[in-house]
Design a protein around this ligand. Structure first.
Ligand SMILES: [Zn+2]
Length: 329
């Protein structure tokens, strides 16, 4: 399904379904100008996504030779189908940081390191083993390496007479980028700001404080003059400024809740702490929570623990069994 969402420049939204995924839907945006077009994000590398994306592009009578692609970040629901869109005559734009990280996922040992990291944070081996098979991020990632033009903060992209600026917004991923059209005050927010779900903030390899980075990136976007925001998933909201305030408040409350869990007992792993936090479990307890949701919840808890640790609020000790244990200071 395709929907016209902006008149000048012409911007369309293609609804790409994400089966078996709580995000439900990816918004792939298409900017059409007289001589050049731009696709923003693709969907997972799976049949249902490919069918919807190609169907939408066909409906728009888009020629891929005249169409460049911008990827907001390295997650597979945003870049999985990239190799279905590249030709000898189009370009792919992506932030340098996320591109390099993605290469580490595709041909390096990032996943192995992440699994080791989660193990040290108390994540159970049996669940990690089951997840190895079902991990959507791994299964539906791009099938091979692709060439990109690497972007840095505030690098520009010209599509016909429309100028766009890449804004580096680390947090959700280390190199996440929003795309801004200054003339129209439009922001493509990727997964940095979503309106009806809270973006997942996890702990990343070689990143000390993803949540701190994320909060800074929210404040950075707040300073931009934005009239219209097109998010990476689900509904297009009205005021990005109100939404940023409510996301900031959400994390403040989560940090308070985490300190409360720690105040009840010293020396707990991130996994133990995560199991006591409030999650949207649809009435089920932690034990019935699906494996992948336990993984996301643990990652989210780790990023909040990192935030408190960087601000000297909690202690962290590696015990003799190689588990990180957290206590309140
Ligand atoms: Zn994402």
């Amino acid at each position: 399904m395709v929907e016209l969402i902006y008149e000048n420049p012409k911007i369309y939204r293609i609804f790409v379904p994400l089966p078996e995924n709580p995000l439900k839907l990816l918004n792939s945006y298409v900017i059409i100008t007289e001589n050049r077009n731009l696709i923003i994000d693709t969907g997972f590398k799976r049949e249902e996504c490919l069918k919807a994306l190609l169907g939408g592009l066909k409906e728009l009578k888009l020629e891929l030779e005249k169409t460049d692609i911008f990827l907001t970040h390295l997650h597979s629901d945003h870049c999985g189908l990239i190799n279905k869109l590249t030709t000898d005559n189009n370009k792919v734009y992506m932030s340098e940081i996320d591109y390099d990280y993605l290469i580490g996922n595709l041909i390096g040992d990032n996943w192995k390191k992440i699994e080791e990291r989660f193990k040290e944070e108390g994540f159970p081996n049996d669940i990690a083993f089951r997840l190895k098979e079902s991990n959507h991020a791994k299964r539906f990632a791009p099938d091979k390496i692709f060439e990109v033009i690497k972007l840095k903060n505030e690098d520009k992209i010209q599509i016909g007479d429309t100028e766009l600026i890449g804004i580096h917004t680390p947090g959700h991923t280390p190199g996440h980028m929003c795309l801004y059209i200054p003339k129209e005050k439009i922001l493509f927010s990727g997964d940095h700001v979503l309106f009806d779900i809270t973006p997942n903030i996890t702990s990343w390899l070689e990143k000390k404080d993803s949540l701190g980075d994320y909060i800074e990136s929210l404040k950075k976007i707040k300073k931009l003059d934005i009239k219209t925001t097109f998010p990476g998933h689900r509904e297009i909201g009205i005021s990005i400024y109100d939404r940023i305030d409510s996301i900031l408040n959400h994390h403040k409350e989560r940090l308070e809740e985490l300190l409360e869990v720690l105040s009840k007992k010293d020396s707990q792993t991130a996994y133990e702490i995560a199991s006591q936090m409030t999650w949207n479990t649809r009435g089920k307890g932690w034990n019935e929570f699906p494996d992948n949701q336990k993984w996301f919840a643990t990652g989210e808890t780790m990023s909040h623990l990192d935030y408190l640790y960087c601000r000297n609020k909690i202690e962290k000790i590696l015990d003799k069994d190689n588990f990180y244990k957290y206590s309140i200071k």
